[in-house]
Design a protein around this ligand. Structure first.
Ligand SMILES: CCCCCCCCCC(=O)SCCNC(=O)CCNC(=O)[C@H](O)C(C)(C)COP(=O)(O)OP(=O)(O)OC[C@H]1O[C@@H](n2cnc3c(N)ncnc32)[C@H](O)[C@@H]1OP(=O)(O)O
Length: 125
């Protein structure tokens, strides 16, 4: 993983919105999921948690804020690549910058602010 996280997705046609392109809400969902997962992974690196030999990642993050900019239609039928880069960590607060591309086309950028290690948060009871 190094200083960035990468994920690949090939979506089915049921996620089509405008002809030939992926529904924007799904683009946002992919960036949300990749962002929280990346934030958890970056938190593990910061805390020297060995991700290679850990069955269950002991860090969970939730989205506090998510911003998406749609740059170009996301082509249906092309494998999508998501890349996350750590912007900063301040205690429980983690900011990750993301891109979503279809082949050579940059389709969307995202910024996520997520929060981790939440004792007694209802999500984790
Ligand atoms: C397959 C397994 C996958 C597992 C991953 C699942 C995650 C998938 C992603 C999601 O879908 S998460 C669901 C959508 N997100 C939510 O429902 C979150 C709802 N919001 C909350 O639960 C709380 O507001 C939150 C946990 C984000 C923060 O509440 P806390 O009580 O823990 O902390 P607090 O309110 O004290 O905020 C902590 C810090 O963050 C700051 N902060 C919180 N929300 C902010 C915001 N929106 N913008 C900017 N700053 C914010 C806040 O000011 C503060 O800064 P300081 O520490 O400097 O004082």
């Amino acid at each position: 993983m190094g200083d960035e996280t990468v994920a690949h997705f090939l979506l089915g046609e049921k996620f089509t919105a405008l002809s030939g392109s992926v529904y924007g809400g799904l683009v946002a969902s992919l960036l949300d999921c990749h962002g929280t997962g990346s934030a958890a992974a970056f938190a593990c690196v910061a805390e020297n948690i060995d991700l290679e030999n850990t069955e269950i990642i002991p860090v969970r993050c939730v989205t506090a804020s998510l911003k998406i900019d749609f740059k170009a239609p996301t082509t249906m039928g092309t494998e999508l690549e998501l890349i996350g880069k750590l912007r900063s960590i301040e205690g429980r607060k983690i900011w990750v910058d993301m891109t979503l591309s279809a082949g050579d086309i940059l389709c969307a950028t995202g910024e996520i602010f997520s929060v981790h290690h939440i004792p007694h948060h209802p999500f984790f009871l």
